[in-house]
Design a protein. Structure first.
Length: 286
């Protein structure tokens, strides 16, 4: 399994020959960095040949080095609870930048593999049929709710976003049948948002959640998009959750656009073209 690749490498260290052990040592010393290395760079860092790197990768059920890097990224996403775990106090800008980008890329890759396409279809179904859509979020998820409004107003639907708890409660209580409320919460354990989801459902709205599986919020939703990427929000500010949530909003907006069909594209182009006069012309690079 991809998730236990790092553990398998550690367990088999004593079985590897000297050259393969050098490859393993480089990878285990900084897995996030290893996901960004070319085969030539990894071979140089381990002082071995490129064929040795390929043999090492195939010994762990990879088709080759590119496939091994994908499995390593998945293992990193599944086994590293938060980015800050791999950032050291003495890291320079190049080091912590590489680590944060590496962990974020790995988390996005893992999230894309765990999403259920049938759930995405059902969520898009609800959004297409909505009379109006409200996006709710708090903290880091509040910024995602606001981005969602920025995306969805283009669909000729009344769309709002609220990041204030009192406004969220009042709007949820004022919902009607045909309204859709999208609640965004990484943990799904924020008490206020769970209560707001309850209020919205009691008012007749469809409640969609972008949240953790089996969470209190998920239990209150009509349908959910569930992503279970580990992140310890009790210790560190989330670094990857917001990127995954923003990507999911893009996925849903794309789904709605495709459902509207080609006849809707001129409308989207008109909105985009309205910004042309607000920008300086692009400068030509000789």
């Amino acid at each position: 399994m991809a998730h236990d690749l790092l553990q398998r490498i550690r367990q088999r260290l004593d079985e590897l020959n000297r050259s393969e052990r050098k490859v393993a040592d480089v990878i285990l010393a900084d897995p996030a960095r290893a996901t960004g290395l070319s085969i030539a760079s990894l071979a140089q860092a381990a002082s071995v040949s490129e064929p040795t790197v390929n043999r090492f990768c195939r010994s762990f059920d990879a088709k080759g080095y590119p496939d091994f890097k994908i499995k390593l990224a998945q293992s990193l996403a599944g086994g590293t609870p938060y980015v800050s775990q791999s950032v050291e106090p003495g890291d320079g800008a190049a080091d912590y930048t590489r680590k944060i980008f590496g962990a974020t890329i790995a988390a996005l890759d893992e999230a894309s593999r765990t999403l259920d396409p049938s759930r995405i279809e059902r969520v898009v179904d609800y959004l297409i049929q909505a009379k109006q859509i409200h996006f709710f979020g708090l903290g880091a998820s509040g910024a995602v709710a606001q981005d969602a409004q920025h995306k969805f107003f283009r669909f000729n639907l009344p769309v709002t976003s609220y990041v204030d708890v009192l406004m969220q409660r009042m709007v949820a209580s004022a919902c009607h049948t045909g309204d859709v409320v999208v609640v965004i919460s990484w943990t799904g354990r924020t008490r206020e948002l769970v209560e707001i989801a309850q209020l919205a459902r009691e008012s007749g709205a469809v409640v969609l959640g972008i949240t953790a599986p089996a969470s209190p919020l998920a239990m209150e939703c009509t349908e959910t998009l569930e992503v279970a990427t580990p992140e310890d929000t009790d210790v560190y500010m989330p670094m990857t959750s917001r990127m995954i949530q923003l990507t999911l909003i893009d996925v849903l907006a794309t789904g709605v656009t495709l459902r509207r069909g080609e006849d809707f594209l001129p409308h989207l182009k008109k909105i985009k073209d309205s910004l042309l006069e607000t920008r300086y012309p692009a400068t030509r690079q000789d």
